[in-house]
Write a protein of this length. Structure first.
Length: 589
């Protein structure tokens, strides 16, 4: 007799369920989709203990007839499609007839429903087999209790209650964005968390994404053939450290699709720093026959018949939207109007930086030099004011002496070889990164306490991460504690980073930490975390530097290991030799 035997039926169903029912949020997603497919205009969600104890979704949709109730829990039974042809042009969220069966294999499920044709409601529990009369005025209520009660191993993989709730909330946010016409409510452990009335898209988006996004958001709506792209796209002034504000919907379905994300990424590529992520809420609509949604078990990836055409369409629409001059855009949208009229232009930077050439260090920048560059090596810079025009062989340091700052981005220096161009942000980032590594190797990070703690408003997920990753944050040199249900107080920071934008820094760090288990993150992801910290601590483009500061930067670069590569692998400086310059002018040919 062989050792390979068929698995028992129940086990097969549990394995298959793994794909659909990964965590409470995946259950919630399936239930919300079913309610929307049933034509609901109001959906109420109650969760207990992050959804593990209970997920209850009530809707006012068409309901299920009593005869159909047992079928609703049966595998591969659906009312939504009947043939391959219908699958190929499916317009509903559901089509596999699998979600409820999968959920029922790993939890206790009760369906109560009143079909439009019935005088009262009926109820079916997956543990009892009989359909019984019940009380419900309209629609359907599905209760999913004790998730993974029969598969304890899976239960162990769940995160804290707060994290699971945050994932559920995110699922609801996506649905709410896709369907502003539907009213939603959400409660957790009997506390009301969201209450969304049916509304216009712009109002719904404001409620879901928050106020910060709006002043920078450009509305768009463009069509070509049967393709339509609409929604909101944020100008680069508003960008994120992660992809958390990228909402892409295809025919109303939230997707995380590589092709679409790539097209969007390209549209922002020229105007957004490589380490930052754009924010958008975009709706692509097309003939359902042109897109296959049956690719991924969670339906989050799709396949387009005309992938190239779609990529181009999205790229061009977004690029055009982002390139529209501010004045033209503000006429079209009140959102853009709130962008200050004195927003800096390349021209104003150019003027500022030309003033910097040869000027003695002004007072405010001395403070900056001290915090940003640690005060080191400043003496060398002081010795070269006013700026040199001729550098003798053997008399200058490797990277030479600074002469000017170009467009707020590059530092120009002269050395014995010729001209040196330095990307100041990238260079400073590299210096900080190496210093952070050394400081962490040497023992607990040196910290700087803040006189007035810095308060930051956070979402559920960030709050949860801050408490779960307490130990890691402490080791990195942060003291962060809750200051209210939605607020964190930052009481101290790594001393090396005290000069940067601490709010952005902490947010990015929480974002990074959220993706990894608390216990080993400091070992496994140390360098990435330090890179995030360095990026935020480093001097930003368009910051006016004095010659003293520029020279301090050059001297520190000379002292820093691998200073010629930034943390993203790009060069931090380039050399143009006299002979290369001569060639540019065809001298000596
Ligand atoms: N809230 C609801 N209101 C009305 N009918 C429902 C509701 N939830 C489920 N149903 C019925 O139960 C059936 C099974 O639901 P289930 O989610 O398991 O499969 P599906 O939605 O057809 O496909 P998928 O597995 O892709 O979600 C549905 O086809 C639908 O007829
Ligand atoms: Mg379904």
């Amino acid at each position: 007799m062989g050792i390979i035997k068929p698995l028992p039926e129940l086990l097969i169903s549990q394995i298959a369920a793994g794909e659909v029912v990964e965590r409470p949020a995946s259950v919630l997603k399936e239930l919300l989709e079913n309610s929307l497919d049933a034509g609901a205009t109001r959906i109420d969600v109650q969760l207990e203990e992050g959804g593990v104890r209970l997920i209850r979704v009530g809707d006012n949709g068409g309901g299920i007839a009593p005869d159909d109730l047992p079928q609703a829990l049966a595998r591969h039974a659906t009312s939504k499609i009947a043939s391959l042809d219908e699958l190929e042009r499916v317009g509903s969220y559901g089509f596999r007839g699998e979600a409820l069966a999968s959920i029922a294999s790993v939890a206790r499920v009760a369906i109560t429903s009143r079909h439009a044709s019935q005088s009262h409601a009926y109820r079916l529990r997956n543990e009892a087999n009989a359909v019984e009369p019940a009380a419900l005025a309209t629609g359907t209520v599905i209760e999913v209790a004790d998730l993974y009660f029969n598969t304890p191993a899976r239960r162990k993989f769940l995160k804290t209650e707060a994290t699971e709730f945050a994932h559920c909330d995110e699922v609801l946010r996506r649905m709410a964005l896709a369907r502003p016409d539907v009213a939603f409510s959400l409660s957790h452990n009997n506390n009301q968390k969201r209450r969304l009335a049916s509304a216009e898209f712009s109002r719904r988006a404001r409620e879901i994404i928050g106020e910060d996004f709006f002043p920078h958001a450009r509305p768009l709506d463009a069509s070509a053939g049967d393709l339509r792209l609409s929604g909101l796209a944020a100008l680069p002034a508003y960008s994120r450290s992660g992809r958390d504000e990228q909402y892409f919907f295809v025919n109303g379905r939230f997707v995380r699709d590589k092709l679409l994300m790539h097209a969007a990424r390209q549209a922002w590529a020229d105007i957004l720093h490589g380490a930052r992520h754009p924010a958008y809420v975009l709706f692509l609509e097309l003939d359902p026959a042109g897109v296959d949604v049956n690719v991924h078990p969670a339906k989050t990836e799709v396949r387009f018949r005309d992938a190239r055409g779609i990529h181009q369409f999205i790229f061009h629409v977004l690029q055009r939207t982002l390139a529209t001059p501010l004045s033209a855009a503000s006429a079209a949208t009140d959102a853009a109007e709130t962008i200050p009229a004195n927003a800096p232009s390349a021209f104003s930077y150019a003027r500022q930086s030309s003033l910097a050439v040869g000027e003695p260090a002004a007072r405010p920048y001395l403070d900056f030099a001290r915090s940003a560059f640690d005060g080191a090596a400043v003496a060398a810079g002081d010795a070269v004011s006013p700026s040199p025009t001729f550098v003798q062989e053997g008399s200058a340091p490797l990277l030479g002496y600074a002469v000017a700052q170009l467009q707020g981005v590059y530092v120009l220096a002269l050395n014995t070889v010729g001209l040196v161009l330095v990307d100041m942000h990238a260079a400073h980032e590299r210096i900080l990164y190496e210093k952070l590594k050394n400081s962490l190797d040497a023992g607990p990070a040196a910290t700087q306490s803040l006189l007035v703690p810095l308060l930051l408003v956070v979402n559920e997920a960030e709050m949860a991460t801050a408490s779960e990753q307490q130990e890691t944050l402490t080791r990195l040199g942060f003291a962060i504690s809750p200051a209210g249900p939605r607020e964190l107080a930052v009481r101290s920071l790594p001393a090396l980073l005290a000069g940067g934008n601490a709010v952005e820094l902490v947010r990015s760090l929480l974002k990074d930490l959220a993706e990894h288990p608390a216990s080993r993150v400091i070992e496994t992801r140390r360098n990435e975390l330090l890179a995030t910290m360095a990026c935020h601590g480093a001097v930003r483009a368009n910051r006016l530097l004095s010659l003293t500061e520029m020279n301090a930067l050059l001297r520190q670069m000379e002292e820093t290991e691998r200073a010629d590569q930034c943390n993203h692998g790009r060069p931090t400086w380039v050399q143009l030799s006299m002979s290369e310059l001569d060639r540019l002018f065809m001298r000596g040919r």
